[in-house]
Design a protein around this ligand. Structure first.
Ligand SMILES: Nc1ncnc2c1ncn2[C@@H]1O[C@H](COP(=O)(O)OP(=O)(O)O)[C@@H](O)[C@H]1O
Ligand SMILES: [Mg+2]
Length: 257
C-alpha cells in the first residue's frame, strides 16, 4: 500500500562513542506506508539508528529529515509530538497500571486542557476525555486486547505486555512508528499475531513502520524494503528478495555464526 512520498530521509548519519563507531555515513529513506526493516548482527548499530531518529542520540554528522524537519536539530521532547513513536528493546510500561490506563497516559500529549481549565471548563474537559477514551478503545479492539483492558500490566504474560506496549505507542497517534525487536522472546503464535498487527497498521491506522527484528523469516515475509547494517555501515538496501541473495549480507551473517 505504499505511495512514493518519502516520509523519513536519513542522510549520512555518523555517531561514535569514544573510539567506538556505532554508525558510519548511514543513509536510507522510508516511504509513506511501507514496512521498512533494519537488520544486522548484534552491535551493528540498529538501536543506535532508532535512537538518532527519536532524538535520544545526537549524531555527530548527517541529517534526518522527517517531512520538512531535521530531527537532528529538534529538541528531543518535540520529536514525539511531530508524530514519531517507538517501542523499546526492553519493555517500558507503567507496570502498576491497567492496560487501559497505560494507553490513556499516552493520550496526555494530545490533551489540551490543563488541570486549572479542567476545573473551570469541566464540561469541555469531560468531552475531551470521552474522545480520548474512544480513540484508545479503537486501539484496544485493533490489538485484540479487550479481555485485558482492566488487567494490571505487570501481571500479564510477556507476549501480551509487548502488545500493550505497541498499543501505547499507537495511542500517541504517530505517523511513524519505530519498533525495536517487537517479537524478541515471543513464541511462534505470539510472533504471528504481532506480524499480523504490524502488517495491518498502515491500512487500519495510517502508521508507517520502521522495524528492527532478528527473525529473518518474519522480516522477509512482512517488510517492503530492508536496510542491512554491519559494524555501523550500510552494506545492503533493497527488497527482501534482493537482500536474501546479496553476497555481502550472506557474508556478514556467516561471519557471525
Ligand atoms: N550509549 C552508548 N555508549 C557507548 N557505546 C554505545 C552506546 N550505544 C551504542 N553503543 C555502541 O554502539 C554499537 C552499536 O550498538 P547498538 O546500536 O545497540 O547495536 P544493535 O542494536 O545493532 O545490536 C555497539 O558497539 C555499542 O556498544
Ligand atoms: Mg539493538
Amino acid at each position: 500500500m505504499s505511495s512514493n512520498a518519502v516520509l523519513l530521509d536519513v542522510k549520512n548519519v555518523s555517531i561514535s562513542f569514544g573510539g567506538n563507531t556505532a554508525l558510519s555515513d548511514v543513509e536510507f529513506s522510508v516511504k509513506k506506508g511501507e514496512i521498512r526493516a533494519i537488520i544486522g548482527p548484534n552491535g551493528a548499530g540498529k538501536t543506535s539508528m532508532l535512537n538518532c531518529i527519536s532524538g535520544f542520540y545526537r549524531p555527530q554528522k548527517g541529517q534526518i529529515l522527517f517531512k520538512q524537519t531535521d530531527l537532528t536539530q529538534t529538541p528531543t521532547h518535540k520529536i514525539a509530538p511531530l508524530g514519531i513513536a517507538r517501542t523499546f528493546q526492553n519493555i517500558a510500561l507503567y507496570t502498576g497500571l491497567s492496560t487501559l490506563d497505560n494507553l490513556m497516559a499516552a493520550r496526555h500529549i494530545h490533551m489540551k486542557q490543563s488541570s486549572l481549565s479542567n476545573m473551570i471548563y469541566w464540561g469541555r474537559a469531560q468531552r475531551e476525555e470521552v474522545a480520548h477514551r474512544e480513540f484508545v478503545e479503537e486501539i484496544i479492539d485493533f490489538l485484540e486486547i479487550a479481555h485485558i483492558r482492566k488487567a494490571v500490566v505487570g501481571a500479564l504474560p510477556y507476549g501480551l505486555r509487548k502488545r500493550v506496549e505497541l498499543g501505547r505507542a499507537l495511542a500517541l497517534e504517530p505517523t511513524l512508528l519505530l519498533l525495536d525487536e517487537p517479537m524478541a522472546g515471543m513464541n511462534v503464535e505470539e510472533k504471528e499475531d504481532m506480524a499480523r498487527f504490524i502488517l495491518d497498521i498502515y491500512e487500519r491506522r495510517g502508521v508507517t513502520v520502521v522495524l528492527i527484528e532478528h527473525d529473518m523469516g518474519l522480516v522477509m515475509d512482512i517488510s517492503d524494503r530492508v536496510v542491512v547494517l554491519d559494524f555501523g555501515r550500510k552494506i545492503a538496501d533493497g527488497t527482501p528478495d534482493e537482500i536474501k541473495n546479496d553476497e555481502s549480507v550472506i557474508q556478514a551473517y556467516l561471519g557471525q555464526a
